[in-house]
Structures are given as C-alpha cells and as structure tokens.
Ligand binder design. Sequence first.
Ligand code: GLU
Length: 443
Amino acid sequence: MTTTRFAPSPTGRLHVGNVRTALHNWMLAKKAGGKFLLRIDDTDNERSKEEYVIAIREDLAWLGITPDGEERQSQRLDLYEAAFERLKDAGRVYPAYETAQELDLKRKVLLGRGLPPIYDRGALELTEEQRAAKEADGIQPHWRFKLDHGSPITWEDGVRGPQKFDPAQLSDPVIRRADGSWLYMLPSAIDDIDMGVMQVLRGEDHVSNTAVQIQMFEALGSAPPAFAHEALLVGREGKLSKRLGSLGCDAFREKGIEPEAIIALLARLGTSLPVEPIADVNALLETFDLATFGRAPAKFDDAELERINTAIVHQMAFSDVADRLPEGMDEAGWHAVQPNLSTIAEAGEWWRLVTGPIEQPGFSDEDRAYLAQAAQTLSWSDDPWHALTDALKEATGRKGKALFLPLRQALTGMDHGPDMGELLPLIGETEARARLERAAAKS
Ligand code: GLU
C-alpha cells in the first residue's frame, strides 16, 4: 500500500506552495488507493506554535485534503533517541563544538578562495581529551551525520529523472542542536521508515537534502522511499516572490476563491496537462501522473485562479451553495444570478435587486411615458418579462435598447445584470408594478 505524507513545520500558516505539495501527496495516495498522512514536524520548540498546527488542520479540511492519520514529531522523541544511539555506536554521528561564528568564518574563508563551503570535519580531528576539555568548559556539542564518501549517491527521481551526488561535495549535516533538539532530517527519515512512507514528493529545494537522507535511510538499515522533487512555484513575473510565500487559504477565502478552484489549478500547474476548471477531484485524479510534471518553475497567476474560480462557481449546484446564499434566495434566485457571479458572495449584491430597495436613475419624459405604459401593460404569467416586452414592442414600435434598457433600469436600478426573464418573476408582480410606476412618476 502506498503511503505518502505532508510534513509541514508549524512555524507559520500554509502558503500556496505548501498547499500544492500537500495536494500532490494526497493525490498520489488517493490515486494508488493508499494512505496520506499529516506529519507535524514540530521538533523546533521555539518556533513551533499550536495555533499554526490548528490552522494547518483547518486549511487542509477546507481544501478537502483529508489526512488518513496525523503524527507529531514532538511525541516521537524516544524513537529518535534510540536511532541516534545506534548511529552513534556505528560511528555515523559525531559531536561537533564549533560556534556559529566559527562555522561562518570557515565558510567565508573557503568562499574567499573560490572553494565550495563544505564543512571540513574539523570536529573529527579532536582527541578524547580535547573533547573532554570542551565539555568541561561547559560547551555542549551539536551533532553531525557522517556521510560515507565511498560511492556516489544516486536515485531515480520521479520528476527529475536520474540524480547523482558526490557525497564528498556535501557537508555532513547537523542533525541535532546543542540543546538536544532535532533538525528535521534524521527524524524525518526515521518517521518515513516507521510509518511505511514509500513515496516522498516535495519541492526541489530539498534535492540535496534527499542525497543526505538516502544515506540516513541506509545507515538506519532501510531502503529509501521513492523520491520526487517538483519544480518550485513562482509568481507570474517568474520569480520566487515574497508575496507567494505568504499567500494562503485565509487570503483565498477572503477573495471568495472556492477550494475546488485552488485544487483544479494546483493539481495541474507545472504539468503538461491543461489547467481547466474541473470541480470534480476524481476527474483530476484520473489524469494525475508524475510523468506529466515539468522541470521548469510552475507559474502561479492570480488572474488564472480567478478565471477558474468563476468557471467553477458557474457549475455549482444550488444544493452545494444553499447555506451560503442570502436569506430568502431560492433555487430560482440562484439560477438567475449564477451566470453573473465570479464569487458566491456576489450573489448577495445581485439578490438586492430582487429584495430592494433599489435606486433608479432619472428618465426622460418620453421614457417615463413608456414606463407608465409598461406598468399598465404588465400582466402576470409564467413568463411575464417576455409577455411584457412583446406587448410593448407591438404597441410602441420600440426595439433593442430603447425597448429593454428603461425597463431594466426601472426594475433593477441598473444598466446590466442577470437575465430579466429570470429576475422579474422573483421581483413579483406587485413590486414590479410599483417600481415601474415609481420610475414613471419621477421627474
Ligand atoms: N518539515 C520539512 C519541511 O517543511 C519536511 C520536508 C519533507 O517533506 O521531507 O521542509
């Protein structure tokens, strides 16, 4: 069974890039009939906040990306400790005592000489006595994972194809801070093994982490999962923008974007499949395939999201939206205004044309006489609008704009809007006649 996971650190709200990663992992699992886990990577005590854990759960629920289980790294520390002891005994982790400033200086010296800033393994040179002396001075070590330089690290990436890294060109990663807290890499590998995660899909900013983690899986005695790294999301201008990094579900909700629109866009953005307003996630699942993912950055465009949203709003059934519509708006009301909406919240604005009060423009004498005639002509039937306009056309010889516009303006106060044939029955006979008479009388 395929198990995937989405592993956010609860140090902030989810942004659109995180949502995309979550969605794709969920889709991978659903498509394979497998399991999708939410793993909260909360080992960083200082920066992890419960409010963000809650917000992550709520955002996923709103999007319909429902996890089949949730795990928290902060509740799994014993497991990490045990694995750490094993790796220590095997010589795969080692203590290091450099301060942040010392490390920074080493990096600068290497960069100054035009060399890659790879950690020099200075800590491995220390003798027992030197280490004891550091600790006697109260310096607690941080811990690094010792990469095996023996052979290149390779994997077949689900998006990027064959990958190859020379471990000697990578720094031994710090896996644990001096205060004993964990960086995400080793716990993540331990969890992926323990939770049976077989497929890891994440952003391409993690590619070099994957090289390192592949050695961690091996050191822990397990085969690594299949890895795939998707190209990052960029703004329309083609750059990683600050704005995208903070654009999340709260902003989408506020703008009236439906979760289905976000899903439809993100499911296919950056793939060779066309982005289409597909509201049925099962239809998206059918075509979902890592093989369609491109390597060029995926361009996120708000205007495209809005277009998809509009198209999806136009497909929604009354029963899907009934509890979000204004008081009193029934299925006929929804049907009348739906083609004019780009968000569901706008239904309220159009519904006011039915419930009133409306503000009418001023009319010429000629139009007022015409509207007086309309008030008299108005008769109620299944289709009062066409009955009215047919009769007026016949009686006045008016046509086109001269026939319709004064009526629309008198009945709704606006020059444009939903189909009058649908609106007029909703306005009702008494109110419609009153509006026509009021417009006729106004000077
Ligand atoms: N918590 C890590 C992150 O948010 C997880 C990365 C991963 O998916 O393995 O970057």
